[in-house]
Write a protein that binds this ligand. Sequence first.
Ligand SMILES: *[C@@H]1O[C@H](CO)[C@@H](O)[C@H](O)[C@H]1NC(C)=O
Ligand SMILES: *[C@@H]1O[C@H](CO)[C@@H](O)[C@H](O)[C@H]1NC(C)=O
Length: 450
Amino acid sequence: MKLLFTLSITLLVYITNTAGYNYKEVVQKSLLFYEAQRSGKLPADQRVTWRKDSALNDKGVHGEDLTGGYYDAGDFVKFGFQMSFTATVLAWGLLDHEAGYEAAGSTEDCRKAIKWATDYFLKAHVSENVFYAQVGSGYVDHQYWGRPEDMKMDRPAFMINTTNPGSDLAAETAAALAAASMVFKTVDPAYSTELLTHAKQLYTFAYKYRGKYSDAFADVRCCYNSSGYEDELVWGAAWLYRATQDKTYLQYAEAVYPPIQYYIGFNWDQKIGGADVLLAKLTGDSKYLTKMQKYCDDTLANQQRTPKGLIFIAEWGSLMTTQYLMEICLETAALGVNAEKYRAEAKKQVDYILGDTGFSYVVGFGSKYPTHVSHRAASCPDLPATCDWTQFSTTQPNPQVLTGALVGGPGVNDDYADVRSDYVHNEVDTVYNAGFQSVVATLIELGYSD
Ligand SMILES: *[C@@H]1O[C@H](CO)[C@@H](O)[C@H](O)[C@H]1NC(C)=O
Ligand SMILES: *[C@@H]1O[C@H](CO)[C@@H](O)[C@H](O)[C@H]1NC(C)=O
């Protein structure tokens, strides 16, 4: 009897250890991170209660209401290019992996996270060919350390229009709105229709008036230059084709594609990897799938890895960079290519993040995680205590737990220090979590959760 008892305890411990990480908890917490990034008037059901209303005077040059939307990272600029990509990726994940979200009980929260961005885009799209690209100046904002609730600096608004166009930004926002229109198709048909109308207008604007949004106005050059707009024109067209079934959009995608056919990869600036796998799914054309397979195979085989197994692509935001790779490889797997191999790798890369190195890179997940993330709001004590650069410099942990946030991540030798000043490795970003969350939701859908 005693032996049996000991045996079953041993077995229980064994099972607990190999059951892995609670992916559902990761998705749930990731959605809390989006609540912490909310700008504007917070709703009654806000769960991250250390955050309050902020930036209630954000407006356009003619006084248009531009409140709402997301703060991009640890700072308080509303960067449209980042926000729209975040929304597209979240909507993509929810559309194609709703079963994962359902299992986590997070479908409704994910819809809210998407809507927080799309509501703002509708405000920012003030007329057919005018779209507000950014609120807040990166140069000014980065001189400030404190809470968004206490901000006093000017928050200028910057637009794209027919004389200063931004095809990349307009097409990415069109992608976000088109994907979101599918998310809301049955749950809120009127909203879905409104999103699609704006998506079509923004796409036409993007296609007709060509230019890079970072050439249109100077302020964004602090932070997020675009390397080109052709990839967004293809990606945006693919999303509009998916949402409308209108072949005109497929023709647009195919018209822009040839000169950039050698582009690869998927990140906030480079969308062609996402477009490839989406076009593969929508058209069944093998050229897209072949390209994706080659890209995933080459990268998995040849890309540098850290000693502990992280596929290492970029120093800044190393973890999210790999998660975006895994996202498009998982979508490739879903089309029947090397499914086992890509899925096993995705699980490995996610588990690296969640604790396989003895440390979790997601705030508030596991027992050891970052407590000094580079995030102004989280570094501040509860109101009404003052918060300024003193909080930046202190070695004390952040008073607020920024639950669910994925940090930039380690360097090439798995080296990482949990210090607030290190924005390269220890900042957080709405873009980081979007790809990561989508990958984790996919793993849940595949039954990889506990
Ligand atoms: C168009 O955008 C540019 C750059 O953002 C801005 O300076 C200009 O005033 C805008 N034009 C109009 C008519 O609003
Ligand atoms: C963006 O491009 C401008 C030149 O147009 C350059 O001066 C600036 O340093 C670039 N910004 C970043 C963050 O790379």
